[in-house]
Design a protein around this ligand. Structure first.
Ligand SMILES: O=C(O)[C@H](O)[C@@H](O)[C@H](O)[C@H](O)COP(=O)(O)O
Length: 295
């Protein structure tokens, strides 16, 4: 039996999953902003297109500003983030560029919309006077009737945000947050949707006939996810125990979550509660702020 144990299983004697995830996110935010500052010092002329830098102008001079680029999935993750992040004082919301790992092609006001959920649960509740307002990059709601066009359009949004595709093979998110469904799908990349799972060139793919939830979706692709500085899974509850066992013990089954767990090895963290880990034998480590070997 092969066992793939990721770098970190996050546990803490005192912190709940929401608090531990929030610590991790803030750690990722701070490292990204520090990295951005260092890059700013070392390169005053050329824009490093994969980094979290944005150009702003003041008094005719262009200034580069460090940004934290994060991708959010939908589902329970959003509630975990709401619980963990909104009460913190050290989230620099005004420096965040928020993208979506995937989107269900429904109106934003639908309870099924990932952006809609994030907006209602988190974005509308940020004290923007105090913390600033994040940049939020969602799909074009006008295009929900056409998955292909919607995917192409969202790819253009990413290209713009990551400073052009010519110079950048892949965007590099500072943090890519994923949930994992009982069937092993992540973002909107489903098991057996081989074409999407094998996609090498596109950053965003259309998804039609999804086996659960809204049928039409778009999703960022495996190469984009795996290129991120950090990839973090948040998985809770007994319904996830079988899939966690499969991911950890049967990577050869090739679930989308396993592909990412392997593909981003060394940069992957898992925040999993006891119920979801019920069937897996792991040496539980106490919660750490960052993956081993990280800065
Ligand atoms: O739009 C989606 O379907 C989500 O992005 C999806 O990938 C989600 O993360 C998982 O289905 C887990 O969802 P739960 O955490 O709610 O089980």
């Amino acid at each position: 039996m092969t066992t793939t144990v990721p770098k970190v299983f996050a546990f803490h004697e005192f912190l709940g999953v929401a608090e531990a995830v929030a610590d991790h996110v803030v750690y990722a935010q701070n490292s990204a902003l520090n990295r951005g500052l260092k890059e700013k010092k070392s390169s005053s002329t050329s824009l490093n297109s994969t980094s979290g830098m944005r150009e702003t102008s003041s008094g005719g001079k262009k200034k580069k500003e460090a940004r934290f680029k994060i991708a959010l999935s939908g589902g329970s993750l959003i509630h975990v983030l709401r619980e963990g992040l909104l009460k913190r004082e050290d989230v620099q919301w005004g420096k965040w560029d928020i993208y979506f790992a995937d989107e269900r092609l429904v109106p934003f006001e639908s309870p099924e919309s990932n952006y809609g959920l994030a907006k209602r649960e988190i974005l509308d509740r940020i004290d923007t006077e105090k913390y600033g307002r994040p940049n939020v990059f969602h799909i074009d709601e006008q295009l929900i009737g056409d998955p292909q066009e919607c995917a192409e359009n969202y790819e253009k949004v990413l290209i713009k945000g990551f400073a052009g595709r010519d110079s950048v093979k892949l965007p590099m998110f500072d943090l890519f947050l994923l949930g994992c469904a009982p069937d092993g799908h992540i973002a909107s990349l489903f098991p057996n949707f081989q074409e999407n799972l094998r996609e090498k060139l596109a950053w965003v793919v259309p998804v039609e006939n999804a086996p659960s939830g809204p049928a039409n979706r778009i999703s960022l692709t495996i190469p984009v996810i795996c290129h991120s500085h950090r990839v973090t899974f948040v998985v809770e509850g007994a319904t996830k125990a079988p899939v966690i066992k499969t991911i950890m013990e049967r990577p050869e089954k090739g679930l989308p979550s396993s592909i990412v767990n392997e593909g981003a090895a060394g940069r992957v963290s898992w925040f999993v509660d006891d119920e979801a880990l019920r069937d897996v034998f792991v040496t539980k480590k106490k919660y750490k702020f960052h993956v081993d070997g990280d800065e």
